[in-house]
Write a protein that binds this ligand. Structure first.
Ligand code: KG4
Ligand code: ZN
Length: 399
């Protein structure tokens, strides 16, 4: 009926995910030819039918352990897949869970990620491919992240009248606990990594500094990074944000490293903050006044974002393709930071690039999920009945 239905399966890290997405058969061509007029027509969009994410219990182990993760996928992925099918059935997209003839293909993450975890998703996908006689689409996890903002039905765009729809080429900043990446996206298979981190991720720096400053976190509802932002935002009575920013940055003079290099680095910043905390604890005999904690947190946040701003400036002004870029997509947990959102808008306007739209996909689509896998397959529909392909634990976005 002019539409495709894809079941996506994702198991590259520790979350067991399954999702069902549907899009017109012309979806990929429409986006590549980037006729905004056609894209604006809401019939042309991809739609998320169901998306299940089963998280692993980390309370018994510290961090992610490959063997435990793989065992956990073996136990959880079947449930995730059945749950995604059930939801699709309850919404009337498929008539039967055991033989869902409406499903056109099974998309699965082939890499990058942990080998044994990937193998779990690949095994189940191949089983379903053989059973249902439907092809597979082998998908790149990071490419799927980068293409997610096209799932526009649920993406929030900075409110501007007549905002153009997203089109290639665009820049994407992926800022999470695992990644700190600036990527140029030229097409569904054409990516250029403009900057990645040399050491720690930006999310990890937020987590460590938040903990170092003993900022309270309600783990059930928030993260250390979000708690740090909230802590900084409780401003001193009558304080002017801009003046406070300047004072804080001057006072602590935290490093913004590698100014002209194409890399991010967060370990130097993290240890510089740690040293300041130790010094303050010494001076105040363990009880750092709130005003100092807040000021240091503020300076850290600004220094962390300054690196991102400088790389965006570098690439938008120096790259030949800078002119053609009309959008900057910011995703991952750190992208929910309001200070970052404002600073990026200010940075672009300041460069005379008010024409560059900022897009912030919802966080549920930025953390690992299978909706992005099914969606990437709909956008770049390369099917195969080859069941012999194995996990690609290391797989660059540029290959
Ligand atoms: O993408 P994400 O939710 O998941 C993983 O990486 O697994 O990213 C989580 C990271 C954490 O380091 C968290 O502290 C950080 O994003 N984060 C924030 C904010 N909200 C979450 N960092 C700064 N400001 C925020 N508002
Ligand atoms: Zn991911």
């Amino acid at each position: 009926d002019g539409r495709r239905v894809v079941l996506g399966i994702e198991s590259s890290c520790d979350d067991s995910c399954a999702a069902i997405c549907v899009a017109p058969t012309t979806y990929g061509e429409d986006i590549i030819s980037a006729s905004s007029e056609r894209l604006r027509n809401s019939d042309g969009e991809a739609e998320l039918v169901s998306s299940i994410v089963l998280k692993q219990d980390h309370s018994l182990t510290s961090g992610i352990q490959p063997l435990i993760a793989a065992n956990s996928h073996a136990a959880s992925l079947p449930h995730a897949i059945v749950a995604a099918l059930r939801e699709a059935k309850s919404k009337g997209f498929i008539a039967s869970i055991t033989s869902p003839v409406e499903i056109d293909a099974i998309a699965v993450t082939q890499g990058p990620g942990m080998g044994a975890s990937l193998a779990s998703g690949l095994g189940l996908s191949k089983m379903l491919s053989a059973l249902w006689e439907r092809p597979l689409v082998y998908t790149h996890h990071m490419a799927a992240h980068a293409l997610t903002p096209f799932l526009r039905t649920t993406t929030t765009t900075t409110a501007r009248p007549h905002a153009p729809t997203l089109a290639f080429p665009f820049l994407t900043l992926l800022l999470s606990g695992g990644h700190t990446l600036l990527v140029l996206c030229r097409g569904p298979r054409s990516f250029k990594i403009l900057a990645t981190t040399n050491d720690d991720s930006i999310g990890d720096a937020f987590d460590k500094v938040s903990r170092g400053l003993k900022i309270d976190v309600d783990w059930a509802s928030t993260s250390p990074g979000a708690a740090l932002e909230a802590f900084v935002t409780q401003r001193t009575e009558g304080g002017e944000q801009e003046t406070e920013d300047k004072t804080a940055s001057k006072r602590w003079s935290l490093p913004v490293p590698l100014k002209n290099k194409p890399e991010f680095s967060y370990s130097g910043l993290k240890s510089a903050v740690q040293r300041q905390i130790e010094e303050l604890e010494r001076v105040h005999e363990g009880q750092i006044p709130d005003s100092d904690r807040r000021s240091l947190a503020r300076a850290f946040q600004l220094a962390a974002f300054a690196q991102l701003e400088s790389k965006i400036r570098m690439n938008l002004s120096s790259e030949k393709q800078g002119e053609a870029i009309k959008a900057l997509v910011v995703s991952g947990g750190v992208a929910s930071n309001e200070v970052l959102r404002k600073r990026l808008r200010g940075c672009l306007d300041d460069m005379g690039r008010g024409d560059v739209e900022l897009h912030f996909p919802p966080i549920s689509l930025c953390t690992d999920n299978a909706a992005m896998i099914a969606h990437a397959a709909l956008l770049d529909y390369q099917t195969t009945f080859d069941l012999t392909r194995s996990p690609r634990a290391k797989w660059s976005l540029e290959d």
